[in-house]
Design a protein. Structure first.
Length: 75
């Protein structure tokens, strides 16, 4: 296997794992927020603010994985 092939595999695994785990985290965050809203609808604004912040942080991890995969691929 050549060095280019190893770089391609590493970049692919990086973006695959970096996309799967944040997706699972976002799904879990949203599920928990929906349960909380179901139990206490009056807390909607507070839960929504915290939900958006948590999803943004989880999505940032996926973006970091994309950047790392691009660095692996092209450097």
């Amino acid at each position: 296997m050549t060095a280019e092939g190893i770089k391609n595999i590493a970049a692919g695994l990086t973006i695959a794992l970096g996309g799967i785990f944040p997706a699972i985290a976002i799904a879990r965050i949203a599920s928990t927020a929906m349960e909380a809203l179901g139990r206490n609808p009056d807390a909607g604004p507070t839960i929504t603010t915290n939900l958006i912040t948590a999803v943004a942080f989880a999505e940032a991890i996926a973006i970091y994985a994309l950047v790392v995969a691009l660095i692996i691929k092209f450097v």
